[in-house]
Design a protein around this ligand. Structure first.
Ligand code: SF4
Length: 248
């Protein structure tokens, strides 16, 4: 069984141990496995090398396009687990791109990771627009669901799927991370939270940006609204620590 991963700057599969920069486990050491492919196309995506192939119509603020052959690598599940095992930490983060594009093979990947690291938690970072299969919902310890708002440039009908959002809202293992550019985005998150019955304690607001100074500035403008709604704030620690780089 195979799975398609992103490549790092050296062409190797993007599997690495680092400090989680975002969400409820920000600051904790995790082992990351970055999958290639995404069903959405955010104009500010910081991993556009997982989907913005040359000869596709998708628009990105950087104006950059990527060669699929140079950016994606297909490996067996056994090979992925073997690369990840020596990098094990207290949790694996399966990220992307959109990991659920490859949902059919994710349970097998999780079984392979658990075979070598039985105590490691399994976390998935998703845009929340694809229904998680039951087998996945049972084996994943934490879903960090990041629904994409209008400023991402995606059509709302593609980005916000009520059935998928309702499923994640009903999963105790899911938290929600909203990328925000403006104060109004925090208000939009609160409408979604109300519509799907998501308690504020499960919601994280993260400023959009890939440059530390701009991120800090944006974070300051969002703080009052975050406090008013009782949400959590999440930084992007990896940007502060490493900049907008791959494999870190
Ligand atoms: S959903 Fe995530 S990976 Fe996909 S385009 Fe948006 S930011 Fe990038």
């Amino acid at each position: 069984m195979h799975i398609v991963l992103a490549r790092d700057d050296h062409g190797a599969p993007e599997i690495f141990r680092s400090i989680q920069g975002e969400g409820p486990n920000a600051g904790r050491i995790r082992t990351f496995i970055r999958l290639s492919g995404c069903n959405l196309h955010c104009v500010w995506c910081d991993t556009a090398y997982t989907w913005n192939w040359r000869d596709t119509p998708f628009v990105h603020e950087s104006g950059k396009k990527f060669e699929r052959e140079a950016e994606a690598i297909k490996l067996t599940i056994e090979k992925v687990a073997a690369i990840a095992a020596p990098l094990a930490s207290e949790g694996y983060v399966i990220t992307g791109g959109e990991p659920l594009m490859q949902r059919a093979v994710l349970p097998t990947l999780i079984d392979a990771l658990k075979a070598t690291s039985p105590d490691a938690a399994i976390e998935i970072e998703t845009n929340g627009s694809i229904l998680p299969p039951d087998a996945l919902a049972e084996s994943v310890d934490l879903f960090v669901v990041s629904p994409k708002l209008a400023h991402s440039g995606n059509d709302v009908s593609l980005a916000l799927k009520p059935d998928a959002l309702a499923t994640y809202a009903a999963l105790p293992s899911a938290v929600f991370k909203f990328v925000a550019r403006e104060v109004e985005d925090v208000a939009t998150a609160s409408v979604i939270a109300r519509d799907f019955g998501i308690k504020p304690a499960r919601i994280y607001i993260m400023p959009e940006g890939t440059e530390a100074g701009a991120l800090s500035q944006r974070a300051r403008t969002l703080t009052v609204a975050i406090l008013a709604h009782g949400f959590n704030f999440t930084p992007r620690l990896h940007i502060e620590l490493f900049g907008a780089a791959r494999g870190v």
